[in-house]
Design a protein around this ligand. Structure first.
Ligand code: FES
Ligand SMILES: [Fe+2]
Length: 346
């Protein structure tokens, strides 16, 4: 009998603080209620009739019914299926079918939720603090709608996000060559940035190899934004890497991509010149996203089977793993210096 291997546990909290994607905006329609497990708890996402999205505890504070099993949006509130109490976007009970005074203790816990550039971003903090930093909103005018994909992986968000500074794996896993650092890694509070270039093999409709420049902005362990430029084709894309811990062992790994409408499809392939530009751009986005997803798939098995090594046995050429790991410490209450936790609390 084969006993399945057990993946060694990640040594720090499975639920680091920060902003994490609870879903794509396109996945939550007006009037819809959706169940979600995130950061070890059950929640519901719901969108009011006016279009505002909220995330709340799954369990009704009255007598514990699950709002994701029969709960309904009523105007700007959510109605529990059990005794029909309604709760607004602040979690306050606003009505009961009895017509009597609402119970003041019936308060539905809410998760801070921001909807930005097609993403539903939820704030989690192990000590319950309100958001003290924000993921910047991007203007998506002039960009195609997001192409999206998602997986459930047995991994931790710190492990997957480490990819963005792990220069050594780029040739080994992805076959990129001539990796060149254009701007060394910098840390500014919850933001880590770096910029590098690689040469990659052609895509199905691009026969020659081409140079790509990545400008990476890591905003905590759940949200990374990559500005990609391919100077030879005057092509620009925006890639999002979105990792949200679920239950202590698994995480949602979501990726999304859009392409700039300024991209000239003819520059990529003469075959695209005969098509209307809007259609050609969609084909470019589809092909670019396919190759991006293919790259991600090359990482999956390693992420899901690796163990976290601390300290790692680093060599010159590895990339700034140490800087990244020091940056990560701010997102764990157990690793933060006490002074930082006090500063955040005030
Ligand atoms: S349990 Fe929700 S209204 Fe009673
Ligand atoms: Fe990778």
């Amino acid at each position: 009998m084969n006993i399945p291997e057990q993946k060694p546990a990640f040594p720090y909290s499975a639920f680091p603080d920060g902003w994490y994607v609870a879903g794509f905006s396109s996945s939550l329609a007006r009037g819809e209620v959706k169940r979600l497990t995130a950061h070890g708890q059950n929640w519901v996402l719901w969108r009011t009739e006016s279009g505002r999205a909220f995330m709340s505890d799954a369990y009704c504070p009255h007598m514990g019914a699950h709002l994701g099993h029969g709960g309904k949006v009523r105007g700007e509130a959510i109605e529990c299926p059990f005794h029909l109490f309604c709760f607004d976007g602040n979690g306050a009970c606003v009505s009961t079918p009895y017509g009597t005074k609402v119970p003041p203790k019936a308060k539905l816990p809410m998760v801070p939720l921001e909807e930005k550039h097609g993403l539903l971003l939820a704030w989690f903090h192990s000590e319950g603090h309100a958001p003290h930093w924000q993921v910047p909103a991007l203007d998506m005018t002039g960009w195609l709608p997001l192409a999206t994909e998602e997986w459930v992986l047995e991994t931790h968000p710190q492990e997957t996000t480490e990819n963005s500074v792990d220069l050594g794996h780029l040739p080994a896993v992805h076959g990129y060559r001539d990796v060149e650092i254009l701007k060394p890694v910098e840390v500014h509070g919850p933001l880590l940035t770096t910029r590098y270039a690689v040469t990659r093999k052609g895509l199905p409709f691009i026969t020659k190899d081409f140079r790509m420049e990545f400008t990476i902005s890591v905003w905590g362990l759940g949200y990374s934004f990559v500005d990609v430029e391919v100077p030879a084709f005057r092509m620009k894309s925006r890639n999002f890497v979105l990792v949200s811990p679920i239950d202590g062992r698994h995480s949602y790994f979501r990726s999304a991509m859009t392409v700039s409408e300024d991209t000239d499809p003819k520059g990529l392939s003469p075959a695209l010149a005969i098509l209307p530009k809007a259609l050609a751009l969609r084909l470019v986005r589809a092909a670019a996203f396919r190759s991006y997803v293919a790259d991600i798939k090359q990482d999956l098995d390693i992420w899901q089977t690796k163990r976290y090594v601390e300290p790692p046995a680093l060599a010159v050429g590895d990339g700034p793993i140490g800087v990244y790991r020091r940056y990560c410490r701010q997102f764990y209450s157990e690793l933060r210096p006490a002074a930082q936790s006090v500063a955040q609390a005030s």
